[in-house]
Design a protein around this ligand. Structure first.
Ligand code: ANZ
Ligand code: ZN
Length: 869
């Protein structure tokens, strides 16, 4: 037995079938045990899993299997984020229907995931493109609409010219579409929005409650929401503006710098700008020029600062003699604050660049600590740090915060034309989420447009609005829009001919509530309240940090909106979040500079140096840097190859072993081989122990050899428990390597005594329990070799004997009334009261007390215990 090789392929398929046949991982909502919901971000069905999936799902599975063993009712579901562009691209390129393409991909990826031996409840599986799922999503949309959390407006939007669709702000990264990488353009379109700004302050403040989220993710969300506290201030025009305005309202977060104001800035889209531009072709041209750069923050940040002097002037609020020129400036956004600013070049870099270009004054008003007010000047760089206000009349000498407060108070108490001159205001950078996409493969927005009634919600009884299947992709644009009949319907309100909304929802909508749907995936409403509230929040969510803003913020919005519309009872969907690192690999280049894949090369050791050659023709290959696995660099390894050659357990073990889970892991062939050898080694060790140390009765006492084995075992168990609880998988793995070494040595000594054999046997059982979350198939196989006729996956976790964790013990005599009655072995550092309690608990002591209560117990630490009766 022990000499046989472990046949992972055969064993893994066999155990997977046994698990499935016995419904081992089916989760019952009515199970009374405490719940634990572990979820990994569900995959997009691209067709094949990649190593990143293997790592992500292996981690989640360790947690799921561990928590199950610890007696929790574990929910560990899987599904498919199945709508989106790639299916349409495939349809255009290969003439396959997006639906067929998607479901075929799901079928093959499901098989791949199943071969990893993941402990998933497949009964709860769904794809977001299932009609049953998006029907419920349409209901949510209508409920949000009713609650004022969804609305339609004309807006400037980010237009991706490659994917030919609109993108949300979150989906524009450095001015480019997150998926296509195309430079995003601005267009004016009527769009549906989710009112994420309704929850801006709550989304921000509640970040503090997410104490099991990585700090970096919370910080990214905080910055994205971008709260700023400031003041709206009215400036009086010296002469009315062409649109009749007599005041200009600006927003500032630095009212303390008001005396440093040297000009005013208007957005190119500001109403005053528009009025002026009407009969000023030069300004018109300037405005159009600004539009060309786009209005995304990134585009504006990087563009050269440009302005246009309008000739208008405003009065300084505290010095009416001082007139400030009004410029149209390309760096001012219309949809932030009021679309107008006062500029203080001394303390704002953009303003300083602008002032330099147009020869405007720079008046410093914040003096850094230790600087001399007489010679402090601003040159190339604006001073944005702390300091004391100067050159500022009644604010002189105040620190920034106090100056802000003082000037705000004064402006608040003054009025211009009956209105207060200053109004405090909190602003957020966060914008409402535009969800309309001009694509076919998405969830239809359940709205009908009627010339007479406007946009009319599709009545609940008429849901779902199903995607038509007979569509064509021969032309660019939205196939729904050009379908012959689909959009032509009667208006639900007046019955006249009307047309359906042909936009579909952003696919990020689909992934914003799937975690709630898993709690009752077959319910005829979006959620089953009892199930959702019973399971949520997700106790441990695991996925990539690339979703730090997009998906995680949208999901937090959805939870709030679903709570507001009665679908769930809580607002934070993910109590614990873990973001895993990436899987990386060496890169290789052929002589002609082309990337070559790991599968195409052979590595050899030549004079102590790793060298690579092409398998095909033996030509040399350059070994390059280690990079994130990507198709473009060809440094990918196909998980199916690994699963077929080494087995799932080896792949899982190696993924968990090499680096801390939050860091990148480098996949190497050598590492995989090492993991494979370890799997074999555990198999041999267990076989040997099963032979040498047959199961028997627990001995009454343990000698030194046995105690040493037991100490190592129980210490490892306690440590692995805490490692897994903290998701320190690599640390758990390291400890298991060590335990296997210890047990191999103990076995090699030949355990002569029954107690040592029993201890080895116990150690083998424990080792297998601990391996099970990571290498579940090997563990089941070993478990049966050890003679158990239960399924390990259905067996509880063993208990740590805490007395064995005690590092250093002392043995002291225990006297009762001056006569030695017993010996006490206890931790050297045990407290007085622990020693006392332990001494009195000894059988011999209790006997000699004959039921009397001791009058006094004297403990001489580490020496003797005297009981006086
Ligand atoms: C005067 C001032 C003086 C400002 C100074 C800054 C420094 P956050 O923190 O992002 O909210 N601002 C206001 N509205 C703007 C708009 N629509 N487009 C571009 N910039 C705008 O930034 C607020 C600051 O950004 C405001 O405070 C305003 O400039 C500018 F030493 O007012 B400040
Ligand atoms: Zn109508």
């Amino acid at each position: 037995m022990a000499s046989e090789r472990y046949n992972a392929r055969e064993a893994e398929a066999r155990w997977q079938k046994i698990w499935t046949d016995n419904n081992v991982f089916t989760t019952d909502n009515d199970d009374p045990r405490p719940k634990y919901y572990v979820l990994e971000m569900f995959p997009y069905p691209s067709g094949r899993i990649h190593m990143g999936h293997v790592r992500n799902y292996a981690m989640g599975d360790v947690v799921a299997r561990y928590k199950r063993a610890r007696g929790f009712n574990v929910l560990h579901p899987m599904g498919w984020d199945a709508f989106g562009m790639p299916a349409e691209n495939a349809a255009m390129q290969n003439n396959v229907h997006p639906k067929d393409w998607t479901y075929q991909n799901i079928a093959s990826m499901r098989g791949q995931l199943q071969s990893m031996g993941l402990s998933l409840d497949w009964n709860r599986e769904f794809a977001t493109c299932d009609v049953a799922y998006y029907t419920q999503q349409q209901k949510l949309f209508l409920d949000f609409l009713n609650a004022g959390l969804a609305y339609r407006r004309n807006a400037k939007v980010n237009w991706d010219p490659v994917d030919r669709t609109v993108l949300a702000n979150e989906q524009v990264i450095d001015g480019r579409g997150w998926r296509s990488g195309a430079l995003v353009e601005q267009r004016e379109l009527t769009q549906w929005f989710f009112k994420i700004t309704e929850f801006a302050s709550d989304l921000l403040e509640s970040l503090d409650t997410l104490d099991r989220w990585p700090d970096k993710v919370r910080l990214m969300q905080k910055n994205w929401i971008g709260k700023s506290e400031g003041l709206r201030v009215l400036f009086e025009f010296a002469a009315p503006a062409p649109n009749g305005d007599t005041t200009l309202e600006i927003f500032t977060t630095r009212p303390d710098t008001l005396f440093g104001a040297s000009f005013m800035g208007l957005s190119p889209d500001h109403p005053v700008t528009t009025a002026l531009a009407k009969d000023n072709p030069e300004l018109q041209a300037f405005v159009e020029d600004c539009r060309r750069i786009g209005t995304t923050a990134a585009a504006i940040e990087t563009a050269e600062k440009k302005g246009f002097d309008t000739g208008l002037k405003v009065k300084h609020p505290f010095d009416p003699e001082r007139l400030l020129p009004v410029y149209v400036a390309n760096f001012i956004l219309m949809d932030y604050g009021t679309g107008a600013i006062f500029a203080c070049p001394g303390h704002d870099q953009r303003d300083l660049d602008f002032a330099g270009k147009y020869g405007l004054p720079v008046i410093p008003v914040v003096l850094p600590e230790g600087a001399d007010p007489k010679d402090f000047t601003i040159l190339e760089e604006a001073y944005v740090g702390d300091g004391t206000i100067f050159n500022s009349a009644f604010l002189d000498g105040l620190p920034i915060a106090e100056a802000k407060e003082e000037i705000s108070r004064q402006l608040e108490s003054r009025t211009i034309g009956g209105a207060p001159q200053g109004v405090r205001q909190v602003n957020y950078r966060l914008r409402d989420w535009g969800i309309s996409r001009q694509r076919y493969w998405g969830c239809p927005i359940p709205i009908i447009h009627c010339d007479a009634c406007g946009p009319v919600p599709v009545p609940a009884a008429e849901l779902p609005v199903e995607l038509p299947e007979d569509i064509t992709f021969d032309k660019p644009g939205n196939p729904l829009d050009r379908h012959a009949t689909w959009k032509h319907v009667a208006c639900p309100a007046c019955g006249k001919p009307a047309t359906r909304e042909t936009d579909t929802m952003d696919t990020f909508v689909d992934s914003s509530w799937y975690f709630a749907r898993f709690t009752a995936p077959h319910a005829s409403t979006p959620t089953d309240r009892e199930a959702a509230d019973g399971w949520l929040p997700v106790d441990q969510y695991i996925g990539g940090v690339e979703h730090a803003i997009l998906h995680l913020l949208y999901s937090r919005f959805f939870a709030r909106a679903m709570k507001a519309t009665g679908h769930i009872g809580l607002k934070e969907p993910f109590a614990g979040l873990f973001t895993q690192g990436m899987v990386t690999h060496e890169t290789y280049k052929a002589a002609d500079g082309a990337w070559v894949s790991p599968a195409e090369i052979e590595i050899a050791d030549v004079d102590g140096k790793r060298t690579a050659t092409l398998v095909a023709d033996g030509t040399p290959v350059t070994i390059g840097s280690i990079e994130k696995m990507s198709k473009s660099k060809k440094n990918t390894v196909d998980p199916t190859d690994i699963l077929e050659s080494y087995g799932a357990d080896t792949a899982r073990w190696f993924m968990l072993s090499d680096s801390p889970p939050e860091r990148d892991v480098i996949w190497t062939e050598e590492g995989a081989q090492g993991a494979f050898r370890f799997v074999q080694r555990v198999w041999r060790l267990i076989g040997d122990i099963a032979e040498t140390a047959p199961a028997g009765d627990r001995p009454g006492t343990f000698g030194d050899a046995a105690t040493e084995i037991r100490r190592a075992t129980h210490k490892t168990l306690a440590a692995v428990e805490s490692d897994i609880e903290q998701l320190g998988f690599n640390r758990a793995v390291a400890r298991l390597y060590e335990l296997v070494n210890t047990l191999s040595r103990a076995l090699a000594k030949g355990p002569a005594d029954a107690d040592a054999r029993w201890a080895l046997r116990e150690a083998a059982d424990f080792l297998i329990h601990m391996m099970a979350p990571m290498t579940p198939h090997l563990a089941e196989e070993c478990w049966s070799v050890l003679g158990h006729d239960t399924l390990l996956s259905q067996t509880g976790w063993p208990d740590v004997d805490k007395t064995l964790l005690v590092e250093d013990t002392v043995t002291m005599p225990v006297q009762v009334n001056g006569k030695k009655r017993a010996e006490l072995t206890i931790a050297r550092d045990a407290s007085q009261s622990d020693v006392e309690t332990a001494a009195l608990a000894l059988d011999a002591v209790a006997r000699s007390l004959e039921g009397r209560a001791p009058r006094k117990v004297i403990v001489v630490p580490q020496r003797i215990v005297n009981v006086v009766a």
